[in-house]
Write a protein of this length. Structure first.
Length: 237
């Protein structure tokens, strides 16, 4: 699989040319994004832009954010100014590189990029990631009928990182959400059960029941068929 990237940023006037080399000074948030989706970005902006804007109300400047399945960092970079620190987890190698590049070019210092996949105790160790698209989206640990290539990644539990003071968690890990949560029980308790935005492409009874058994209420996100917000009963908005 080969993924080409482009840079999306606001242009500046600080451009100099020397022997056909172009120097561009970047003064704004910068995203390194898969070229295969360039027409969408030109016409619509970032994927899930409206949802990202809405999520800002769930963030606290004094609390940490977890971006689990960070991809190229659109959530992490967009939300960094609204929280204390972002921990961005992205296991796929080239996608992780684009995440790190986006953070570096944006000159954001409160994002930590982690090239690890998260899961349950029984997934810990080396695992095979099935890559199903040229943009790095949809890569999954689970069976899929369209696999372009595979990549060996490392899986750890969230609890093994000992991150605390978490105010908001976003999880988009292509049907591994339940396993991520199973490996996060200590972390959730330590942070007083933060709000969780998660993806579920189907009504996954095991996932939904697990979340409800932790005393979360699940709220469907308007205008989204597969994104849900889990709010703990003692932390109702």
């Amino acid at each position: 699989m080969s993924c080409k990237y482009f840079i999306l940023t606001k242009p500046t006037n600080n451009i100099a040319n020397d022997n056909n080399n172009q120097i561009i000074f970047l003064n704004s948030k910068t995203f390194i994004l898969p070229q295969t989706n360039i027409n969408y970005y030109i016409n619509n902006g970032l994927f899930e832009k409206n949802l990202i804007d809405w999520v800002t109300q769930l963030c606290s400047i004094n609390k940490n954010i977890l971006d689990i399945g960070a991809h190229s960092g659109t959530y992490s970079i967009s939300l960094a100014n609204n929280c204390k620190h972002v921990y961005a987890f992205e296991p796929q190698r080239m996608t992780y590189y684009s995440l790190c590049g986006s953070v570096a070019l944006s000159n954001i210092t409160n994002i930590t990029c982690i090239n690890i996949g998260l899961g349950s105790e029984n997934q810990v160790g080396k695992n095979t990631l099935n890559i199903i698209s040229h943009d790095g989206g949809g890569s999954t640990l689970h069976k899929h009928d369209k696999i372009l290539t595979t990549e060996e990644i490392e899986i750890r539990t969230l609890d093994s990182f000992n991150i605390d003071n978490i105010g908001f968690i976003k999880i988009d890990v292509e049907d591994n959400e339940l396993n991520v949560l199973e490996g996060s029980l200590v972390t959730l308790q330590k942070s007083n059960y933060p709000k969780i935005l998660f993806e579920s492409n189907t009504i996954n009874d095991k996932l939904f029941n697990f979340i409800k058994n932790l005393e979360y209420d699940i709220i469907p996100i308007k205008n989204s068929y597969n994104m849900f917000l889990a709010v703990h009963k003692k932390n109702k908005m």
